[in-house]
Design a binder for this molecule. Structure first.
Ligand SMILES: NC(=O)c1ccc[n+]([C@@H]2O[C@H](COP(=O)([O-])OP(=O)(O)OC[C@H]3O[C@@H](n4cnc5c(N)ncnc54)[C@H](O)[C@@H]3O)[C@@H](O)[C@H]2O)c1
Ligand SMILES: O=C(O)[C@H]1O[C@H](OP(=O)(O)OP(=O)(O)OC[C@H]2O[C@@H](n3ccc(=O)[nH]c3=O)[C@H](O)[C@@H]2O)[C@H](O)[C@@H](O)[C@@H]1O
Length: 351
């Protein structure tokens, strides 16, 4: 079967490995079989919901539960179309699938800096293993790369043509450079072996189900505001980010996987806010009594970030629908519920 996908240079790659004979049979009633690595995490579990709710897929999640949790998937455990495998992507995995969404990688800076060597292994060996699987079974593979490939950007907003400004030896490099190598591997497998690839560059995404102690800014501010703690704005507070609500992100990933373009494609919400503005929004929309203070920042924190999403609009017909003003209260409702449950499960211990 000829690959219709064009790569970033507009070049049509050689034909991909053939999918299984079952998949090619016009008599098959089999559902599309989809592997989601990192499917127990924040974005992954929302993606699993979307794939399972369609009713036309079998979904296999492979996750080592480093930053994800079975809780995120509890509504699907036991469903005949769903399988959950405890698996570390730095090891090989042999499963017969048609599509692979490769998300496995800790995403919060606190988590990815915890064991930086493991983060690099996850990005490099994990992506190699998933590409090897894609090659063996003829599956299409999508990598969730990141806006961090642009580093501390010298161009603003960031287009896909920008090559980035990344410190190769800093404390964020395990993630930033790891994802850059993962992208390189995707395109080399595409050019050399004809693998059908899709590369999404995701910009800061937030929403229900983020870990309450995830450490990223939106979850930190909301959890702090709801717990009556002071919000920690890292200096100088004028650094910017563009925040995308998770349902919009899942829709973008789905369109990219099922469209004809390899990417890389920026997926994010172009609305740009300083961290001080974010703290003010949390105060206004969620907890009027909330306060903030400026605290020390970490090295190499990008000073500004905003996606140019012209390609996603043109090639995927995609753009985010949910504004930060709409998304923050939706996330806060989920956090309120979970903090309440946490408190009530703590009570017997205190008694
Ligand atoms: N959320 C964002 O703002 C954002 C932005 C850019 C890119 N991304 C990318 O999207 C993906 C998902 O991010 P998220 O926010 O859901 O993070 P997350 O930490 O909630 O999810 C990552 C999942 O991968 C699993 N995992 C980590 N290392 C693994 C390994 N070696 N083997 C198997 N499983 C492993 C974790 O247990 C977790 O379930 C990541 O690849 C991340 O780099 C996210
Ligand atoms: O979107 C991306 O591409 C990447 O964004 C994140 O990186 P970062 O933007 O640094 O995410 P946060 O930790 O949420 O920090 C955002 C900003 O908030 C600030 N911050 C963070 C936490 C906090 O408590 N207070 C605070 O002001 C940080 O200094 C930073 O300027 C993560 O690296 C990845 O999830 C993802 O790949």
């Amino acid at each position: 079967m000829e690959s219709k996908a064009t790569n970033c240079d507009g070049i049509i790659a050689k034909a991909p490995p053939a999918p299984s004979p079952l998949r090619m049979s016009k008599f098959t009633t089999a559902k599309m079989r989809i592997l989601v690595t990192g499917g127990a995490g924040f974005i992954g579990s929302h993606l699993v919901d979307r794939l399972m709710e369609s009713g036309t897929n079998e979904v296999i999640v492979a996750d080592n539960f480093f930053s994800g949790s079975k809780d995120n998937l509890k509504r699907w455990i036991g469903h005949p179309n769903f399988e959950l495998i405890r698996h570390d992507v730095t090891e090989t995995l042999l499963v017969e699938v048609d599509q692979i969404y490769h998300l496995a990688c800790p995403a919060s800076p606190i988590f990815y800096k915890y064991n930086p060597v493991k983060t690099i292994k996850t990005n490099v060996m994990g992506t190699l293993n998933m590409l090897g699987l894609a090659k063996r079974v003829g599956a299409r593979i999508l990598l969730t790369s990141t806006s961090e490939v642009y580093g501390d950007p010298l161009e603003h907003p960031q287009t896909e043509e920008y090559w980035g400004n990344v410190n190769p030896i800093g404390v964020r490099s395990c993630y930033d450079e790891g994802k850059r190598v993962a992208e390189t591997l995707m395109f080399d497998y595409h050019r050399q072996h004809g693998i059908e690839i899709r590369v999404a560059r995701i910009f800061n995404t937030y929403g229900p189900r983020m870990n309450i102690d995830d450490g990223r800014v939106v979850s930190n501010f909301i959890a702090q505001a709801l717990r009556g703690e002071v919000m920690t704005v890292q200096a100088p507070g004028t650094q910017t980010r563009s925040f995308c609500y998770v349902s919009d992100m899942v829709d973008g990933l789905f369109r990219l996987m099922n469209g004809d373009n390899t990417g890389p494609i920026n997926l994010g919400n172009p609305g740009e806010f300083t961290m001080l503005e974010l703290a003010e929004s949390v105060k206004k929309l969620i907890e009027p009594s909330a306060t903030y203070r400026i605290v020390e920042n970490t090295p190499d924190d990008p000073r500004k970030r905003k996606p140019d999403i012209s390609k996603a609009i043109k090639l995927l017909g995609w753009q985010p629908k949910i504004t930060l003003q709409e998304g923050l209260p939706l996330m806060a409702a989920d956090f309120r519920e979970r903090l309440k449950n946490f408190k009530s499960s703590e009570q017997p211990l205190e008694a």
